[in-house]
Design a protein around this ligand. Structure first.
Ligand SMILES: *[C@@H]1O[C@H](CO)[C@@H](O)[C@H](O)[C@H]1NC(C)=O
Ligand SMILES: *[C@@H]1O[C@H](CO)[C@@H](O)[C@H](O)[C@H]1NC(C)=O
Length: 188
């Protein structure tokens, strides 16, 4: 009986659909927001390597008539795309536990070199294999800084948090850097 009703409903909907104006939104309804969230801390190292024949970060655009000096993030407006390995330890040969993929752009017109970091950091091993965090944040080129975690996927759904970032290695000639991340997350 229910099946028949459902079938009729489908027929009616199909028949009337051309006349129905499409909407880009659904009706709003009250939801129960979970009152408990999980807190998770992550600790890993990101290898942002621009030098060599197989760089992890590449310049893809810059304003006309500007030059990128070696070891400089480039003029205001320069854009880089990166696919950086994440490892357990600071040594590039230590165990890879994920990758950071995204883009960063040089967004300061002043002498305070600043990037906008826009990346998805996905983990490829352990408890959070396949889960990721989304980072969208101002990223000043200083040795110690904080970036905002604005979301996540998988086990990190609805994540909010921040990461303290500490540069453990910087080559000012090539721009290569190894960055230590200490992430604090609240998620479902
Ligand atoms: C991570 O998940 C992928 C996809 O499910 C799987 O192929 C891979 O073996 C897993 N890796 C580890 C280290 O658990
Ligand atoms: C820094 O980068 C330059 C240019 O790529 C390279 O010649 C030099 O060996 C690097 N120094 C270190 C300590 O990695």
């Amino acid at each position: 009986m229910e099946t028949i009703t459902f079938a009729w409903l489908l027929v009616i909907l199909t028949a009337t659909s051309p006349a129905v104006k499409a909407k880009y939104y659904s009706g709003s309804h009250i939801i129960d927001v979970p009152t408990t969230m999980k807190e998770t801390h992550l600790h890993f190292f990101m290898h942002d390597i621009l030098s060599g024949n197989n760089p992890f970060s590449v310049l893809v655009a810059k304003p006309k008539n500007t030059v990128v000096k070696e070891g400089n993030v480039g003029p205001f407006g320069a854009v880089y795309v990166f696919d950086d390995p994440l490892t357990e330890g600071p040594d590039p040969k230590s165990k890879v536990i994920g990758n950071a993929r995204g883009l960063y752009a040089s967004v300061s017109r002043g002498s305070d070199a600043t990037l906008l970091f826009n990346g998805d950091l996905e983990f490829t091993s352990g408890e959070f294999n396949g889960s990721s965090i989304s980072v969208v944040s101002r990223d000043p080129l200083v040795l110690v800084k904080e970036v905002a975690v604005v979301g996540g996927r998988g086990k990190f759904r609805m994540a909010k948090g921040f990461s303290l970032i500490n540069a453990v290695f910087v080559n000012i000639t090539s721009g290569d850097a190894i960055l230590e991340w200490h992430v604090t997350l609240f998620h479902q």
